[in-house]
Design a protein around this ligand. Structure first.
Ligand code: 3HC
Ligand code: NAI
Length: 700
């Protein structure tokens, strides 16, 4: 038997202990170990009950995700679980940490489950584009009812032990030491004459199911699960649980699981699982890098971004000083923050007491001396280099020694800003995304001299305020906006070529984007885009570039904020406007831009996505991003790209980089080299039949 699972006995109680750090995932040796240990228990005449318990920080946190996509190796998890359940003597799972996915399925192969109060149990497979494929879709409905089971599996959200106990997924809550509590529970069950209680032999409670149940559930989940493959598969499994016998439903579960496993969606979602963990690791900043102590934070500027940024820190229980230029601006900023919190209270996501606690953490200042004791200062004033330099020069004078000086600039050169201080090692970009209290992405921008402990502390702080941080280098627009510009450019160019804006947006939406590029432009503000256009470093020499934006801004159509932009707005709903079409047509005539007819959906997606992928390849060559997967994290967390596409670079890999380059060559013939010449890295990978992922692996 491997070391990862051990068998021991104290009196009549056997202990089957899993020890497979870091999260006790069900890799092949664990499955083998479980199988052998339960066989040993069955054969051990002295043992009357077995407790399945785990060493380390958690109970089994699921199947080993690194094994997915490879040929399955025997013993398969459903087989191990079925054998465990068949045992003639009682078995008890003792849960701490998280029993997730295959972990909960294994626990449901036991006859009873106990857990410490802080434990969580759940079936989060949907987040990996999968379904609980080791009989979870059949067992959970039998334990807690089909509706509650569907809610858990479709959301993927784990239940705290207390709720799981109420629902029936956990039988006993154990206070204090888990092993001692589980042993006492096992002894009690034995003394009560408890028998093996096999979930597979239970009936599903159909009292809540009528003929409309599944159709209504399907409709209810449609919006939240739009485009995803796995949720419907899960629904089909639960349908099977109430319509066919257990053994047949398990067969159906297996077929549907394999379909999920082979899907491009699951490959993309699994890629993101690892990408989101990889991006927290900076190659030359080891995990034992000392941190700076951050207790008090200042935010400069209480406008659109500053208010949301301040909320992030207050939500994490940190003291924040919000600095504005005068009392009026400060009151306005604080007022907006309060209003935001009040909206959250109104939605029931926060209590009035929590609102008061957060507001009490945020104080105001209009002078710099109000922030001199802060450990971290995030500047979020207007996007203007001269102003930012003035502010950083001032911060250099007033900020305490060792304070981290961060800028929320979306395009400006961090090195140029750092150069006005005597401490460029303390300066870093903290690029939040709007709305800053909602969007999960944080681009951390590393300057030439940014110190490693500033990076390590920023990464840790990002986690504290629940952001997904990606470290990027200095360039115009950093990673996200720099790649977003070609995407917007293509959308603009297509409008100029006579493709209706709403058609472009619909195709992008159907592909999975939260919003099409033209809707996003209107939301961000066409005036903001136009400003970027005029300040764009290395802007291609092209009079047609973003000309529609320029013309719309000239007549005051700034987007949603003025009720008119690329679209007209009745509330937030975009309505196409013939005036915009006419403007685009006139500009196309003036600039001699050929009108396209019968543009296919495929072309729209290729032009939007491949232009971005090419920019991503340039970014990798220049070392602005450390890994292709970091770029993917940026787009999924900051730009509304659906998780089932895995981000732009993974999408390129999934399509095939040779196909990406072939399509680019097609457009290069039509439009020339400026936008469509493949980046050297992309061309090279396409030629050698490799993916970005393989390139990253070979780069270490
Ligand atoms: N398989 C393989 N590796 C895993 C893993 C898994 N199921 N879960 C976590 N890991 C790895 C991570 O990649 C990470 O590795 P790294 O240190 O090299 O980056 C390490 O374990 C620690 O993970 P986290 O950084 O995420 O640690 P946290 O303490 O923040 O979170 C956790 C722990 C809540 C368990 C979180 O890791 C998690 O949610 N894991 C995935 C749970 C899951 O989705 N389980 C279902 C799997 S699918 C399944 O079971 C199919 C079945 O139905 C057949
Ligand atoms: P904003 O115009 O809404 O707010 C800027 C605020 O800064 C104003 O309230 C102003 O009074 C204040 N301010 C100006 N000088 C100041 C000073 N010396 N001290 C303190 N406060 C001062 O601007 P917004 O949109 O919040 O942008 C701020 C920064 O965030 C810019 O660098 C911008 O590029 C960046 N950013 C903006 C995003 C957005 O979507 N709005 C997204 C990501 C970054």
């Amino acid at each position: 038997m491997g070391d990862v699972v051990s068998y021991s006995r104290e009196g009549e109680i056997a202990y089957i202990t899993v020890n497979n750090p870091p999260v006790n995932a069900l890799s092949l040796p664990v499955r083998q170990g479980l199988q052998q240990s339960f066989q040993k228990f069955a054969a051990d005449a002295e043992a009357k009950a077995a407790i399945l318990i785990c060493d380390g920080r958690t109970f089994i946190a699921g199947a080993d995700i690194t094994e997915f996509g490879k040929p399955p190796e025997d013993p398969w998890l459903p087989k191990v679980i079925a054998e465990m359940e068949a045992c003639e003597k009682i078995t008890i799972a003792a849960i701490h940490g998280t029993a997730l996915g295959g972990g909960l399925e294994t626990a449901m192969g036991c006859h009873y489950r106990c857990a410490v109060p802080a434990a969580k149990v759940g079936l989060p497979e949907v987040t990996l584009g999968l379904l609980p494929g080791a009989t979870g879709t059949q067992r959970l409905p039998r334990l807690i009812g089909p509706k509650a089971a569907l809610d858990a599996m479709i959301s993927g959200k784990p239940l705290p032990a207390g709720k799981a106990h109420q629902a029936g997924a956990v039988d006993e809550i154990v206070e204090g030491d888990l092993k001692a509590g589980a042993t006492a529970y096992a002894k009690r069950l034995l003394s009560e004459g408890a028998k093996p209680r096999r979930i597979s032999e239970m009936d599903v409670d159909k009292s809540e199911i009528d003929q409309h149940f599944f159709a209504e559930y399907r409709n209810g989940m449609a919006r939240a699960t739009r485009g995803f493959f796995a949720p419907e598969q899960i629904l089909k499994c639960v349908e099977a649980s109430v319509t066919v016998p257990y053994a047949d439903a398990v067969k159906r579960e297996n077929e549907l699981f394999m379909e999920c496993m082979m899907s491009t969606h699951s490959a993309a979602q699994r890629h993101l699982f690892f990408a989101e963990r990889a991006c927290t690791k900076v190659p030359d900043v080891p995990s034992n890098t000392p941190m700076r102590d951050i207790k008090k934070v200042a935010v400069l500027g209480g406008g659109t971004m500053g208010g949301g940024i301040a909320m992030n820190f207050a939500n994490a229980g940190l003291q924040v000083v919000l600095k504005e230029i005068n009392t009026e601006a400060l009151e306005r900023g604080l007022g907006i923050i309060r209003k935001n919190y009040e909206n959250t209270v109104a939605k029931g996501r926060m209590t009035p007491e929590q609102l008061d606690e957060c507001m009490a953490l945020i104080t105001g200042a209009i002078e710099y001396d109000g922030i001199s004791d802060c450990d971290l200062i995030v500047e979020a004033v207007f996007e203007n280099m001269a102003l930012k330099k003035e502010i950083f020069a001032e911060l250099d004078k007033v900020a305490k020694k060792g304070a981290i000086l961060a800028s929320n600039t979306s395009t400006l050169d961090i090195d140029e800003i750092a150069a006005v201080t005597s401490r460029p090692q303390d300066v870093i970009g903290w690029h939040f995304f709007a709305p800053a209290n909602v969007m999960t992405l944080l681009e951390l921008v590393r300057g030439k001299e940014t110190a490693k402990d500033v990076i390590a502390t920023s990464m840790a702080m990002a986690k504290t305020i629940r952001k997904t941080a990606v470290l990027v280098g200095v360039c115009f627009g950093f990673v996200g906006n720099r790649m977003f510009f070609p995407y917007i450019s293509e959308a603009q160019q297509m409008i100029l070529e006579g493709v209706p804006a709403e058609r472009i947006d619909q195709v992008a939406f159907d592909w999975g984007m939260a919003m099409g590029p033209n809707g996003v432009s209107d939301l961000s503000g066409l005036d903001v885009l136009d400003k970027v256009n005029s300040e764009w470093k290395d802007r291609p020499e092209d009079p047609a570039l973003w000309i529609v934006v320029r013309k719309l801004v000239e007549i005051g159509r700034f987007g949603q904020k003025t009720g008119k932009g690329i679209y007209n707005y009745a509330g937030r709903s975009p309505v196409p406007d013939p005036e915009v079409t006419a403007i685009a047509k006139a500009e196309a005539e003036r600039l001699g831009v050929a009108q396209l007819e019968n543009v296919s959906d495929e072309e729209i997606i290729e032009r939007l996505m491949f232009s971005m992928i090419n920019e991503g390849a340039l970014i990798l060559e220049e070392g602005i991003a450390s890994r292709p997967s970091d770029i993917d994290v940026v787009f999924v967390h900051g730009y509304g790209m659906p998780r089932y596409r895995g981000g732009p670079m993974h999408y390129g890999d999934a399509v095939g980089l040779d196909k990406v380059v072939a399509a680019m060559e097609k457009y290069r013939k039509r439009y020339g080299d400026t936008y469509w010449k493949p980046a050297p890295l992309l061309a090279e990978l396409a030629k050698s039949g490799k993916t970005f992922d393989q390139w990253a692996a070979s780069n270490g």
